[in-house]
Design a protein around this ligand. Structure first.
Ligand code: URA
Length: 211
Protein backbone atom coordinates (compact mmCIF):
# COMPACT_ATOMS: atom_id res chain seq x y z
CA UNK A 1 0.00 0.00 0.00
CA UNK A 2 1.30 3.49 -0.85
CA UNK A 3 2.18 5.51 2.26
CA UNK A 4 0.56 8.92 2.71
CA UNK A 5 2.70 12.05 2.56
CA UNK A 6 2.44 12.43 6.36
CA UNK A 7 3.63 8.84 6.85
CA UNK A 8 6.58 9.41 4.53
CA UNK A 9 7.49 12.67 6.31
CA UNK A 10 7.38 10.87 9.67
CA UNK A 11 9.55 8.03 8.32
CA UNK A 12 12.10 10.51 6.93
CA UNK A 13 12.17 12.42 10.22
CA UNK A 14 12.87 9.17 12.08
CA UNK A 15 15.70 8.33 9.65
CA UNK A 16 17.15 11.85 10.08
CA UNK A 17 17.06 11.43 13.87
CA UNK A 18 18.92 8.12 13.52
CA UNK A 19 21.54 9.78 11.30
CA UNK A 20 22.09 12.63 13.79
CA UNK A 21 22.81 10.11 16.55
CA UNK A 22 24.71 7.63 14.37
CA UNK A 23 28.07 6.30 15.59
CA UNK A 24 28.58 3.56 12.98
CA UNK A 25 31.85 5.09 11.73
CA UNK A 26 34.64 7.23 13.14
CA UNK A 27 33.37 10.41 11.44
CA UNK A 28 30.94 10.92 14.32
CA UNK A 29 33.92 11.87 16.52
CA UNK A 30 34.97 14.87 14.43
CA UNK A 31 31.70 16.16 12.97
CA UNK A 32 29.81 19.17 14.35
CA UNK A 33 26.48 18.12 12.86
CA UNK A 34 25.49 15.12 10.78
CA UNK A 35 23.71 16.15 7.57
CA UNK A 36 20.78 13.83 6.82
CA UNK A 37 19.53 15.74 3.76
CA UNK A 38 16.44 17.79 3.01
CA UNK A 39 13.54 18.13 0.63
CA UNK A 40 9.96 16.94 0.12
CA UNK A 41 9.17 13.38 1.23
CA UNK A 42 7.49 12.83 -2.15
CA UNK A 43 10.19 14.48 -4.29
CA UNK A 44 10.34 13.02 -7.81
CA UNK A 45 14.05 13.83 -8.08
CA UNK A 46 16.73 12.95 -5.54
CA UNK A 47 20.25 14.37 -5.77
CA UNK A 48 23.08 12.50 -4.07
CA UNK A 49 26.41 14.23 -3.47
CA UNK A 50 29.58 13.05 -1.78
CA UNK A 51 29.80 14.23 1.84
CA UNK A 52 29.19 17.41 3.86
CA UNK A 53 31.90 20.07 3.68
CA UNK A 54 32.82 22.76 6.23
CA UNK A 55 29.64 24.84 5.79
CA UNK A 56 27.34 21.82 5.73
CA UNK A 57 28.93 20.41 8.90
CA UNK A 58 28.39 23.73 10.68
CA UNK A 59 24.77 24.13 9.55
CA UNK A 60 23.62 20.49 9.39
CA UNK A 61 22.23 21.11 5.87
CA UNK A 62 23.45 19.76 2.51
CA UNK A 63 25.00 21.89 -0.24
CA UNK A 64 24.92 25.29 1.50
CA UNK A 65 28.44 26.43 0.51
CA UNK A 66 29.84 27.48 -2.88
CA UNK A 67 28.99 24.13 -4.51
CA UNK A 68 25.44 24.55 -3.23
CA UNK A 69 25.11 27.96 -4.83
CA UNK A 70 26.19 26.50 -8.13
CA UNK A 71 23.83 23.54 -7.64
CA UNK A 72 20.95 26.02 -7.40
CA UNK A 73 22.06 27.53 -10.72
CA UNK A 74 22.14 24.04 -12.24
CA UNK A 75 18.65 23.25 -10.94
CA UNK A 76 17.37 26.52 -12.43
CA UNK A 77 18.71 25.31 -15.78
CA UNK A 78 16.29 22.37 -15.39
CA UNK A 79 13.45 24.72 -14.36
CA UNK A 80 13.69 23.52 -10.74
CA UNK A 81 14.28 25.10 -7.33
CA UNK A 82 16.01 23.34 -4.45
CA UNK A 83 12.79 23.01 -2.45
CA UNK A 84 11.35 20.75 -5.19
CA UNK A 85 14.07 18.08 -4.91
CA UNK A 86 15.51 15.94 -2.14
CA UNK A 87 19.22 16.66 -1.62
CA UNK A 88 21.49 14.38 0.35
CA UNK A 89 24.94 12.77 0.33
CA UNK A 90 26.34 9.27 0.20
CA UNK A 91 28.15 9.96 3.52
CA UNK A 92 26.25 12.03 6.08
CA UNK A 93 29.15 13.28 8.24
CA UNK A 94 32.06 15.49 7.15
CA UNK A 95 35.37 13.73 6.54
CA UNK A 96 38.09 15.78 8.32
CA UNK A 97 39.73 18.33 6.03
CA UNK A 98 37.23 17.40 3.30
CA UNK A 99 39.23 14.29 2.39
CA UNK A 100 37.56 11.62 0.25
CA UNK A 101 35.20 9.34 2.17
CA UNK A 102 36.76 5.93 2.91
CA UNK A 103 35.20 2.67 1.70
CA UNK A 104 34.29 1.60 5.26
CA UNK A 105 32.66 4.99 5.93
CA UNK A 106 30.56 4.65 2.77
CA UNK A 107 29.64 1.07 3.67
CA UNK A 108 28.59 2.12 7.20
CA UNK A 109 26.47 5.02 5.89
CA UNK A 110 24.79 3.47 2.85
CA UNK A 111 21.90 1.81 4.76
CA UNK A 112 20.68 5.33 5.67
CA UNK A 113 20.60 6.33 2.01
CA UNK A 114 18.85 3.09 1.07
CA UNK A 115 16.12 3.81 3.61
CA UNK A 116 15.72 7.38 2.33
CA UNK A 117 15.36 6.11 -1.25
CA UNK A 118 12.80 3.51 -0.15
CA UNK A 119 10.64 6.14 1.60
CA UNK A 120 10.89 8.88 -1.06
CA UNK A 121 10.75 6.44 -3.98
CA UNK A 122 11.94 9.04 -6.51
CA UNK A 123 11.51 8.62 -10.26
CA UNK A 124 14.98 10.02 -10.95
CA UNK A 125 18.20 9.82 -8.93
CA UNK A 126 20.99 12.21 -9.92
CA UNK A 127 24.41 11.19 -8.66
CA UNK A 128 26.81 14.10 -8.18
CA UNK A 129 30.43 13.01 -8.46
CA UNK A 130 32.19 9.66 -8.48
CA UNK A 131 31.35 8.33 -5.01
CA UNK A 132 27.58 8.27 -5.45
CA UNK A 133 28.01 7.30 -9.13
CA UNK A 134 29.94 4.18 -8.07
CA UNK A 135 26.87 2.79 -6.27
CA UNK A 136 25.02 2.34 -9.58
CA UNK A 137 27.88 2.43 -12.12
CA UNK A 138 30.79 0.55 -10.51
CA UNK A 139 34.05 0.88 -12.42
CA UNK A 140 32.64 3.50 -14.83
CA UNK A 141 34.25 6.82 -15.70
CA UNK A 142 32.19 9.98 -15.28
CA UNK A 143 33.79 11.49 -18.41
CA UNK A 144 32.27 8.64 -20.45
CA UNK A 145 28.75 8.38 -19.01
CA UNK A 146 27.83 11.83 -17.60
CA UNK A 147 24.28 12.93 -18.41
CA UNK A 148 23.24 9.49 -19.71
CA UNK A 149 20.40 7.94 -17.69
CA UNK A 150 20.37 4.24 -16.84
CA UNK A 151 17.15 2.42 -15.99
CA UNK A 152 17.21 0.51 -12.67
CA UNK A 153 13.79 -1.06 -12.20
CA UNK A 154 11.46 1.72 -13.30
CA UNK A 155 13.78 4.41 -11.93
CA UNK A 156 16.29 6.42 -13.96
CA UNK A 157 19.74 7.03 -12.49
CA UNK A 158 21.61 9.96 -14.04
CA UNK A 159 25.34 10.36 -13.35
CA UNK A 160 26.48 14.00 -13.30
CA UNK A 161 29.76 15.70 -12.56
CA UNK A 162 30.06 17.09 -9.04
CA UNK A 163 29.19 20.83 -8.98
CA UNK A 164 32.41 21.53 -7.03
CA UNK A 165 34.44 19.94 -9.86
CA UNK A 166 32.84 22.32 -12.35
CA UNK A 167 33.55 25.25 -10.03
CA UNK A 168 37.25 24.40 -10.10
CA UNK A 169 37.38 23.49 -13.80
CA UNK A 170 35.76 26.03 -16.09
CA UNK A 171 35.71 23.64 -19.06
CA UNK A 172 33.29 21.37 -17.18
CA UNK A 173 30.84 24.16 -16.46
CA UNK A 174 29.18 24.12 -19.88
CA UNK A 175 29.05 20.30 -19.79
CA UNK A 176 27.29 20.09 -16.43
CA UNK A 177 24.88 22.91 -17.40
CA UNK A 178 23.97 20.98 -20.58
CA UNK A 179 23.49 17.78 -18.57
CA UNK A 180 21.12 19.48 -16.11
CA UNK A 181 19.15 20.96 -19.02
CA UNK A 182 18.27 17.35 -19.99
CA UNK A 183 16.61 16.65 -16.62
CA UNK A 184 13.02 17.70 -17.52
CA UNK A 185 12.97 15.25 -20.46
CA UNK A 186 14.50 12.48 -18.31
CA UNK A 187 11.94 13.10 -15.55
CA UNK A 188 9.05 12.99 -18.03
CA UNK A 189 10.32 9.62 -19.31
CA UNK A 190 10.65 8.19 -15.80
CA UNK A 191 7.19 9.46 -14.78
CA UNK A 192 5.65 7.85 -17.86
CA UNK A 193 7.31 4.53 -16.94
CA UNK A 194 5.89 4.76 -13.41
CA UNK A 195 2.39 5.51 -14.67
CA UNK A 196 2.61 2.56 -17.05
CA UNK A 197 3.74 0.28 -14.22
CA UNK A 198 0.99 1.53 -11.90
CA UNK A 199 -1.62 0.96 -14.62
CA UNK A 200 -0.43 -2.60 -15.22
CA UNK A 201 -0.62 -3.29 -11.44
CA UNK A 202 -4.32 -2.42 -11.37
CA UNK A 203 -6.64 -5.40 -11.72
CA UNK A 204 -8.46 -5.50 -15.09
CA UNK A 205 -11.97 -3.90 -15.00
CA UNK A 206 -13.71 -7.32 -15.25
CA UNK A 207 -11.92 -8.52 -12.10
CA UNK A 208 -12.70 -5.27 -10.26
CA UNK A 209 -16.40 -5.75 -10.93
CA UNK A 210 -16.30 -9.02 -8.95
CA UNK A 211 -15.58 -7.16 -5.69
N1 URA B 1 29.62 18.67 -1.51
C1 URA B 1 28.88 17.56 -1.35
O1 URA B 1 29.12 16.54 -1.99
N2 URA B 1 27.88 17.59 -0.50
C2 URA B 1 27.55 18.67 0.18
O2 URA B 1 26.60 18.60 0.94
C3 URA B 1 28.34 19.82 -0.01
C4 URA B 1 29.36 19.81 -0.87
Amino acid sequence: MTATLAEREAALAEIAEGIRKCTRCELHRTRTNAVPGEGPADARIMLIGEAPGWNEDKQGRPFVGAAGKFLEELLAKAGLTRDQVFITNIVKSRPPGNRDPLPDEIAACIPWLERQIEVIDPDVIVTLGRFSMAQWFPGERISRIHGQPKRVGRRLIVPMYHPAAALHQQSLKATILDDFAKLPRILAEAEAARREEEASDEPPPSQMAMF
